[in-house]
Design a protein around this ligand. Sequence first.
Ligand code: PLP
Length: 357
Amino acid sequence: VFNFSAGPATLPEPVLRQAAEEMLDWHGSGMSVMEMSHRGKEYMGIHAECEADLRELLAIPSNYKVVFLQGGAIGQNAFVPMNLYRGKASADYINTGEWSKKSIKEAKKYGQVNVAATAEPNGFTAIPRPDTWKLDPNAAYVHICSNETIGGMQYHFTPDTGDVPLVADMSSDILSRPIDVSRYGLIYCGAQKNIGPAGLTIIIVREDLIGQALPITPSAFDLKQQADNDSMLNTPPTYAIYIAGLVFKWLKKQGGLKAMEAHNATKAALLYDYLDTTSFYSCPIAKADRSLMNVPFKLKDESLDEAFLKGAKERGMVQLKGHRSVGGMRASIYNAMPVEGVKALVAYMKDFEKANG
Ligand code: PLP
């Protein structure tokens, strides 16, 4: 089947095959990776290679730490303020949709939040342009969600926040395109879209931001303690890290992030170009801010939604139902979705329009 789920999402097939082959006996060790001591030679090697490959893919500068944790991106909504307020009075947040709203709500437990810009007045269909943001030059950081998985809006620019560190939730678009890590103070993501199984959270952070956690910060969430211990203050999600490492190798084989960017742009264009030629379906998002990862669309006649989903399933296309908060449909087309999957979807959409339009 072609799985259009927003996450956990499809993994590359060669990665799943390799994982299956190595499941019971990793490289002649007689053990599954799941059974290895996280401080043993074998696992330490897997862990180090995983980090090295991620650094290579994203060209992460040497003054940035990579931390592998548990707790998901929702955990990061607390982790970030606990570690980055650093005695400052408030932090700036840009509200572009459901995931930004969750980040804002959680941060308010730990400090003052200034919503410096919000897409609420336009119904979360366009990202407010940075020249309208009311940024505080003394803010602890500026938080954005680079890709709103539910609403389908994505930043196609990197905001300039001057000396104030830029923090981004990249859960649903990390590794989908090259980024300039040096423009960010901290990047975080849950792994279950473009990287690997749920249960792994990755943080990429500039070193000078480490070490000023609020006193209430749990040790497992203390950036300094985790960074100083190479993410092994507690047992890291070892199996998820191993799978992530396989995905990183697969990405390198595909040609890295430039190749992924082209692959993802091709897929998204197939869908959006068709959506723009028909009134049977519609996508509400401003063209400049459309997500290349999550494509939301609605049928003009909502009463056909169930029939649309049923027909899609019969053709092997699953999990196209939009998030309950916005309704309609959503096609999530992460790195591992092949172009054929999107072509099949567009062909089906055309047939469905012909039959019902
Ligand atoms: N942020 C974004 C942009 C997401 O898409 C998600 C969801 O899957 C989350 C945060 C929440 O992540 P998690 O479930 O890993 O806590």
